[in-house]
Every structure is written in C-alpha cells, then in structure tokens.
Design a protein around this ligand. Sequence first.
Ligand code: 0XW
Ligand code: MG
Length: 376
Amino acid sequence: MGRMTPTIDEIRIYKVPLPAKTLYNMSSSAVVTPESTIVELIDSDGIIAYGEACMATPQAQDATNESIRSALSLLAPSVIGANPMNLDSIISTMNSVLKGENEAKAAIDIACWDLIGKRLGKSVVELLGGNMTNEVITYHVVGITSPESAAAEAGRLQSDGISRLQLKAGGRPIEEDIASIKAVTEVIKIGSTLDVDTNRGWTESEAIRVSVACSDINFGLEQPCATKEELSRIKPRILHPLIIDESATDITTISKMVFSEIADGFGMKISRVGGLTPMKVIRDFCLETRTPMSSDDAWGGDIIGAAGVALGSTMPNHLNRGAWLAHPYHQVHYDPINGPRIENGVIRLPKGGPGLGLVIEKGTFGDPEQIYENNN
Ligand code: 0XW
Ligand code: MG
C-alpha cells in the first residue's frame, strides 16, 4: 500500500446504453434506451472503484442522464486529490460546488463506498452494518398494458417465484387502470403482494376514485399524485396504504411524512437522495419507526443494482419492500459472473470480493467520455 493517506487520483466518466428489451412503460413515458453514467475512481494506490446513476426516461425523474453527466463535469474535478476514506468531506465539497444534482452526487458517493470497502477489505454490506439475509427479496414491475396482458404477466412472474408485484398505472382513463388492477388481483396468489404505482400520474380525484372502486382489494398505492401537498390531501380519503416514492427526497421530508402519518412506506431510489450515505440514514430512520421501504433506483446496471441489493440485505424482510433491478428488462451485465440477478424471486449478494462485490474487467465500458486527473 502506498502513502498513508490515499487520494482520488483519477476519475473517468462513461456513458453506457441500456436499452429496454421488453415493454416498460410508466404513466409519463416508456423506457427506450437510457444511457447510464458510470463513475470510475482510481486512487493513489491504483485501486479502482465504481458508481452509477441512470434515469429511466427524461419525464419520469427530476434529472436526466445528460444532466447527470453535465453535473459530474463540475463535481468530479472538485474531488480529485480528496481522501476517499473521508466521505463526509467529499460530500461537503460536492455540496459546496453544486446545489442539488443528487443523482450525479450519488454516482460519486457509491463509487466511494466501493473504494472504501476495497481499501478495507470489507463489503459495502459490512460497511452498512451487516446483512440480515443473503437472499434479498425483490419486486417486479408489470408495465401499463391491457388488463388481460397485465394479468398474464402477473401470472407468469409468480410462476417464476416473484412474490411482490408492482403494477404501473396512470396516463390513461382510470377505468382502464381499475380494470387492470382487478384483472391482476384475480391472479394474485396467497403470499404475493401488489402495489399500484402511477409515478405521479393521477389527479387527487382520480386517486380517490380508484381507491374507492378497489376498496375490496389489498394493494399499496405508490406515488398516486405528483406533490407532497396532493398526497397529504388525499391520505384521509383513500382506503389503501400510501407509499411515497418521488416525493421522498430527503430525510427531513421523509420524517415529516412519517410523523404526520401520511407515509405508510417508501419507494426509495438511492440516486434521488444522493447515494448510499443518505440512504443509510433513511434506512436507519425507517428501521427505527418500523416504516417499510424499498432500495431501488430508476434504471441502471450491476453497479447501482449491487448498491440497492447491499442496502436491502441489511433490512429485515418485514420492513423490506424489495430491492429492484432493471436487469430483467435490459439483460446487460457489467460483471457476467457476479452481477446481481433475480433467481426464484430473490437476489443473492454479489460475491466478487470487497466493496460492491463486482469484478469489472478493464475496457467493459469502452472509452470514457470525461477524464479528470490529479496533476499535483
Ligand atoms: C420500479 N422503479 C424502481 C423503476 C422504475 O424506474 C420506476 C421505479 C418506481 O418504482 O417508481
Ligand atoms: Mg415508484
């Protein structure tokens, strides 16, 4: 090992297309070919670590894949020469350079967790406090489609061992959403659970109408409306647990939503909150308040997938709404051996070594789009 205090000596930013191979549409948009952003950190001892952030569509999240790479052109140079072991200082530096841009910050944050694990010979799971399970529950999305197709897909997924289903809704007449909810409910097996996620797609009155029309059906209602204010107003008028996703932007908002009894659970995307560092705080809060949460992201490959699975493995099953992978929809692995995948309804922790547990061969991502080096 080199000098006592390591430094980040090089950062390379890659653009990796992850086209959807199967239909994946949400209330605002359908996924076509998101271009994931990979952050590669090389430290003063030559250790290489990875982070990732990838938005599904320009409409479905507040960032875009282009804005992430643009933000990184300012953030990456600011942390060249920094000690990767001092993550709080790196986060403080990034926040002093750019307000917001959590998705870009998350890619650097995740790469630092991977690097710290590799330097200490520990997995990110150990750094997060240790895993409760090696088989992390997951959930699978049924995109917006006809009631018959949605029911057929739900049946197939359950035959493959998936026990948590998320049915997309919104962006069409709610009568069609109600018909799909009822059709899928017909094929839900004992032990399976259903969430209906509109990704901010309904108006308040639509959300209330759907909840009343489906009052005899058990499902979580995920982000039915666009804003915190709308969610607060409909909460006393809906008959289903309210799961907050897109509006759960930070620990202050999240804690207010729990203590004001608006949130019955969260759909947590690591990149939306800025990475594993804030995600760990949110996890600890959800464990303390017994609030179920997922650990997922908008889209992406093995790196963001491994980060979500690592966090998910540290949660007890009764509070884990599942780690989510985009892999089933794009079929791309950065690490063909250890890259996280769903097998019989669960995801096993990658076993490729310390950090995120991935082994990524040199050249996997082609030529970098941006390179920043320590010239000191
Ligand atoms: C299912 N996800 C985690 C992936 C898609 O981007 C949408 C998102 C969600 O639950 O909103
Ligand atoms: Mg969601």
